[in-house]
Design a protein around this ligand. Structure first.
Ligand SMILES: Nc1nc2c(ncn2[C@@H]2O[C@H](COP(=O)(O)OP(=O)(O)OP(=O)(O)O)[C@@H](O)[C@H]2O)c(=O)[nH]1
Ligand SMILES: [Mg+2]
Length: 438
């Protein structure tokens, strides 16, 4: 009998080899995965180490005469009978001297050999070799853990705590980003709802890009404050009591030029200013009649000018007046001829205040379009009319930011002169902020 270890790539290769070398009666005692080559466990090839027990010596089936009496150390092959015989102290003492054979450590040399050693010896041997194999496996496992899965040292523990802390922070930050984004989205929708222009909303959101994510934007009201600041900065208010000289009223048809002029005239009259009225709106009889009625009620002179030279003469005759209010015909900004005519009159007037009137209930894109078409007349003052017909400030502030025109006042009804207001910068800003951040 002999035990031999084979190193093969696959179990089928092992079977083939065993069959070839030991015949059909050989036993596989153990199989083990091993790695050969590589560097510090990296790389190398995987093999199977198969422990085989055979009744015959290797190759004995093919050449039965060629049996071995003693094992050759070089090929690590032992006959079981040899091993059993060797299982005595005398044998080892003698043979160690003669052949320098070292005894296998798994044999108990102090134990007396048994008579029925053949079968019992084999069972004992198999048992012992399996125990040793299992011990080696356990040590290998312990070794592996020691070098590959480091025991948690103090610094390891600290590192993992830091990592956990970091992950918690990232999670918290993500939640805040999510909450802030949700809040920003909410504000964006409100701004659209309150008729702010795309350009205004975009520029406002860009101005928030420096905000720290860690801050709770909603609770700390940072965004509200920034919004208030933006509105405040886009608004310039003209002081009504400063109004003097030639004041011209321009704007689209039906926007409230004549009515607003009458309101202003009444307010200036109250301030004891010396006022005169001029109209160049001679297309419609009703238009001159409308202003004549206001002039009569207020006790103010009205000059009707049909041509630019009429206008020039009238202006020269009114040099000693504090304020001269000039009404114009409503012009479609799409009618180039009418707009050109208006330009000629405007050049004659050379107004100190060229007031552009815009109806508050116009959407901001249209306001900007109207402004672009009137810009060649160089308006320098703004009045928002019909504030009573709108429920939002968005289009007003968007237009203010776009045109950069200073605001003289607003009108909020048809009554003359009551429905003319001169809100402060603070009042208008607060009202606009409150409608968004209710
Ligand atoms: N609700 C409201 N109506 C106003 C306001 N201002 C003027 N109106 C009305 O708007 C209509 C047109 O006003 P006008 O003053 O004639 O407008 P206009 O710009 O002079 O018109 P044209 O000369 O035809 O271009 C009138 O019915 C006014 O009473 C306002 O602040 N609120
Ligand atoms: Mg008019």
């Amino acid at each position: 009998m002999q035990i031999k270890k084979l190193t093969v790539k696959t179990i089928s290769e092992a079977m083939e080899k065993i069959r070839r070398e030991f015949g059909e009666d050989a036993y596989i005692l153990d199989t083990k995965k091993v790695k050969k080559g590589g560097f510090f466990g990296i790389g190398g090839e995987r093999y199977l180490e198969v422990t085989v027990l055979s009744e015959e010596n290797g190759n004995s089936q093919r050449n039965p005469q060629k049996s071995k009496k003693y094992p050759k150390e070089a090929d690590n092959t032992y006959s079981l009978n040899d091993l059993i015989k060797r299982n005595t102290p005398e044998f080892y003492r003698k043979k160690e001297k003669e052949q320098n054979i070292s005894k296998p450590s798994y044999l108990n040399i102090d134990k007396e050999p048994s008579d029925k050693h053949s079968k019992d010896g084999l069972t004992e041997f198999i048992k012992t070799s399996r125990e040793i194999s299992s011990k080696i496996d356990k040590s290998a496992e312990a070794f592996y853990h020691q070098y590959n899965e480091k025991e948690p040292s103090e610094s390891n523990i600290k590192d993992s705590l830091k990592l956990e802390e970091l992950m918690n922070m990232v999670e918290k930050l993500n939640k805040k980003i999510e909450a802030n984004n949700f809040y920003l989205q909410d504000i964006k929708e409100k701004l659209y709802e309150k008729s702010y222009s795309n350009a205004f909303i975009e520029s406002f959101l860009n101005q928030l890009s420096d905000l720290k994510v860690e801050e709770n934007w909603k609770n700390q009201e940072i965004i509200r404050t920034r919004f208030e600041k933006k509105l405040y900065q886009s608004l310039e208010i003209l002081n009504f009591s400063d109004i003097k000289g030639k004041v011209m009223f321009i704007g689209p048809t039906g926007v409230g030029k004549t009515t607003t002029l009458a309101k202003i005239a009444a307010s200036l009259k109250k301030m004891n200013k010396k006022i005169a009225l001029i109209t160049i709106d001679t297309y419609r009889i009703a238009a001159t009649d409308q202003l004549k009625t206001y002039a009569d009620i207020l006790g103010i002179s009205l000059h009707i000018c049909y041509t630019p030279s009429d206008l020039k003469i009238a202006l020269e005759s009114l040099l000693n007046f504090d304020v001269i209010l000039i009404d114009t015909a409503g012009r479609s900004h799409k009618n180039n001829l009418q707009m050109g005519e208006l330009k000629v009159f405007k050049d004659v007037v050379e107004p100190d205040y060229n007031i552009m009137l815009i109806s508050s209930n116009t959407n901001c894109e249209d306001m900007m379009h109207i402004y672009d078409n009137f810009s060649f007349l160089k308006p320098n003052t703004l009045i928002f009319t019909k504030m009573d017909e709108t429920s939002s400030f968005g289009q007003l502030f968007s237009f203010l930011e776009y045109s950069r025109l200073p605001l003289l006042g607003i009108t909020n009804g048809q009554r003359v002169p009551e429905d003319l207001k001169f809100p402060s910068k603070e009042w208008l800003t607060r009202a606009a902020v409150e409608e968004v951040f209710k």
